[in-house]
Design a protein around this ligand. Structure first.
Ligand SMILES: Cc1cc2nc3c(=O)[nH]c(=O)nc-3n(C[C@H](O)[C@H](O)[C@H](O)COP(=O)(O)O)c2cc1C
Length: 196
């Protein structure tokens, strides 16, 4: 094994190891609104589930991005899961634009009203979580961890069976982020019986 003590690595080297080894990562495609009403759209893959009681997800920002600023301003965000149909559109919204320029307008991303919060949702998405800010922690000097509470789950009709809550994973077209510009779709899956 090759060993690298983190206190002897640069932040860039640490990022390179982490982002290429903790894979595949889901992508949160997030809409937020600024105080002035501009709708921001951007993707984030430092994203995961934290708790189901209450329903909490985490997003980590490598520095104070416009999305993070907007969440602090309004206390809201809509997190959309990225799929094969919107992955190209998602990628365009990673462009660096100034805070007062809306990616939704710039890249003609069609929005629609959300159910429980004021921030609009992206129409071209199958799974959306309408969220409110639960907690924000600064991590080190630059990074920010946001815990978001899901107040409404919005899933495309044919993705969920309302009786069993079974999700049709094969219909999701799930896309994951690998390192850099590389992405993955679901390949062959398999099942393993869990011990008692
Ligand atoms: C697939 C993908 C995943 C990304 N994940 C993150 C992330 O987890 N954290 C982060 O700070 N930036 C991430 N970025 C970069 C942001 O999307 C980018 O900085 C964007 O311009 C931020 O937009 P905003 O300033 O409007 O919020 C990612 C970019 C892409 C394409």
């Amino acid at each position: 094994m090759k060993n690298f003590q983190s206190n002897q690595l640069s932040p860039k080297e640490i990022y390179k190891i982490l982002s290429a080894t903790v894979i595949p990562r889901p992508i949160a495609w997030i809409t937020t609104k600024s105080r002035e009403g501009n709708v921001n759209v951007a993707p984030f893959s430092f994203f995961n589930i934290v708790s189901s009681e209450p329903a909490i997800i985490s997003i980590a920002f490598q520095d104070m991005k416009d999305t993070a600023l907007n969440i602090l301003e309004t206390g809201e965000a809509v997190v959309h899961l990225v799929n094969l149909e919107n992955v190209e559109e998602m990628n365009r919204t990673a462009a660096k634009l100034s805070k007062n320029v809306s990616e939704a307008l710039e890249f003609e991303i069609e929005l629609e009203k959300s159910q429980m919060i004021d921030t609009p949702s992206i129409k071209n998405s199958k799974i959306r979580f309408e969220t409110k800010l639960y907690k924000h922690h600064e991590v080190g000097e630059k990074s920010h961890l946001f815990l978001l509470e899901i107040v409404n789950f919005c899933l495309e009709d044919d993705l969920i069976d309302e009786e069993s809550f079974h999700i049709a994973v094969d219909k999701m077209g799930a896309v994951a982020r690998l390192e850099g510009n590389h992405y993955a779709k679901l390949g062959e899956t398999f099942e393993i019986e869990r011990p008692e």
